[in-house]
Design a protein around this ligand. Structure first.
Ligand code: WQD
Length: 355
């Protein structure tokens, strides 16, 4: 990238079969990186890689099925490949599930990160792009949120992400050879415009856009709008939705810049524009030409009224400019949903519960 004289050639993507991970693989393959993936398919399927490779016209270097907490298996991967940097995406990510199984969330998200850090350390790998979350801000003051805003996690998922950030900051403080680029995503949504890659959660989707897409395609009867009594213009909660392609472009730019300056650098990733639940419903309805039936349901525990990014620091640092808006996200999510009404194709064999 501009200004950097060194770029990693081999990147290990943890959670590389997931929604962000699969699109990250395409983006990195498209930009000449060698890509190694680990995933345990707890919320994904290896079927995604044929699609990744079809889009990129290149092969993923290697794929390993393993649990991020399994240090012996992790170590074997680092023994086999000369990894220059790690994009660490592997984690559980459901807010509601985290309230029901907090220990599992801390174990996988925090224990997975420390297992990875120990393995990286043993193998002399000191560069990481870390997947964090806007949810760490919790009940923030209204208006765009800067990275300097205090962390106030309101659920175990968010708390686990914040704990990992603190661990990574400590590592960078004490070991000058480390660089961690921590990306706090707001709400990634949409799909690859080819219709080959998208969000394919197991069981009932927790996230808004895949749920709406399944209503549109007739897999679910109606959306439950979680709360219409928030202090927002239409009473429904506001989020900052960001196209997955813009999201993964930021990861690639992070890798291009990973040698610029050591230490921990934290960036929000969002459009900087909020949309309410009802605005998402309207935009999706417009994109698919169907009405989206919904009913208002109680607020979801741990949800907050508004989360919108101030994403100017990342724009300034890497000249990152999100290029796609909510209508693009809805169009691409709908395209994926239409071409893959049952996701990547093994839905029939999946249990309807997550664990
Ligand atoms: C968006 C809005 C819901 C479903 C979390 C994480 C974040 C990121 C995305 C990993 C909220 C409402 C939702 C539904 C609804 N990480 N909603 N009916 O909670 O903002 O963010 O997931 O995935 O780090 O914090 O995303 O898509 O679940 O919800 O009304 O069936 O849609 O209440 O206002 P969230 P979401």
């Amino acid at each position: 990238g501009a200004g950097s004289s060194w770029a990693p050639s081999t990147v290990l993507v943890t959670g590389g079969a997931g929604f962000i991970g699969s699109h990250t693989c395409v983006e990195l393959l498209d930009h000449g990186y060698e890509v190694i993936v680990i995933d345990n398919y707890s919320n994904s399927t290896p079927q995604v890689f044929a699609r990744v490779e079809r889009i990129a016209g290149r092969f993923v270097g290697a794929v390993y099925e393993l649990d991020i907490r399994d240090r012996r298996a992790l170590s074997a991967v680092f023994d086999r490949h000369s990894v220059d940097a790690v994009v660490h995406l592997a984690a559980h990510k459901s807010v509601s599930e985290s309230a029901a199984m907090p220990v599992e969330y801390y174990d996988t998200n925090v224990g997975g990160t420390t297992a990875l850090l120990r393995t990286m350390h043993e193998h002399g790998v000191h560069r990481m792009v870390y997947s964090s979350s806007c949810s760490i801000y919790g009940d923030a003051d209204p208006g765009p949120i800067a990275e300097t805003a205090p962390a106030r996690p309101t659920n175990p998922y968010a708390a686990s992400k914040w704990l990992c950030e603190q661990i990574l900051a400590d590592v960078c403080d004490r070991r000058p050879e480390y660089t961690v680029l921590c990306l706090r995503y707001f709400n990634p949504a949409g799909a690859h415009p080819s219709g080959l890659l998208g969000e394919d959660p197991r069981g009932t989707p927790d996230n808004l856009m895949p749920y709406v897409a399944q209503v549109a395609v007739g897999r679910r009867e109606r959306l439950h709008v979680f709360g219409d009594d928030y202090p927002t213009p239409d009473g429904t909660a506001i989020r900052d939705y960001l196209h997955v392609l813009d999201t993964v472009e930021a990861h690639r730019l992070a890798l291009d810049h990973v040698a610029d300056a050591p230490g921990m650098h934290v960036y929000n990733l969002g459009l900087g524009k909020g949309s309410s639940v009802l605005e998402v419903v309207a935009a999706f309805s417009e994109a698919c030409g169907r009405s989206i039936p919904y009913e208002v349901a109680p607020r979801r525990p741990g949800d907050v009224a508004e989360l919108v990014a101030d994403a100017t620091p990342v724009a300034r640092a890497w000249s990152w400019r999100p290029m796609r808006d909510l209508s693009d996200m809805c169009r691409d999510a709908w395209h994926f949903q239409q071409l893959n009404p049952h996701g990547y194709g093994d839905s029939a064999r999946r249990p309807n519960s997550k664990h």
